[in-house]
Ligand binder design. Structure first.
Ligand SMILES: [Zn+2]
Length: 83
């Protein structure tokens, strides 16, 4: 199922899980993703690979296009790097 979701939504990351969560009174499709190995531990400013020092304390969320009339959110835990 996660790989089907990855293809349907054209997500450039590995889909680890798909679930529904109630957010602000609406049932939202939440897709948990993680970066491909080649994209991990890169600086957000310059794009170079850098040593990581920890995991961001909270998962980041990005709104995706709606799916069948429901909001869709991508969620990922990001590794912070020192550049
Ligand atoms: Zn940098």
């Amino acid at each position: 199922m996660p790989s089907v979701v990855q293809k349907v939504l054209s997500i450039p990351a590995v889909v680890e899980d798909v679930s529904f969560e109630e957010i602000d009174g609406r049932e939202v499709l939440v897709v948990d993703v993680r970066a491909y190995a080649r994209a991990r531990s890169r600086c957000a400013e310059c794009g170079r690979r850098c040593p990581g020092y920890d995991q961001a304390p909270t998962a980041r969320r990005w709104r995706h296009l709606d799916v069948a009339g429901r909001q869709c959110v991508l969620r990922a835990s990001l590794r912070r790097v020192r550049c």
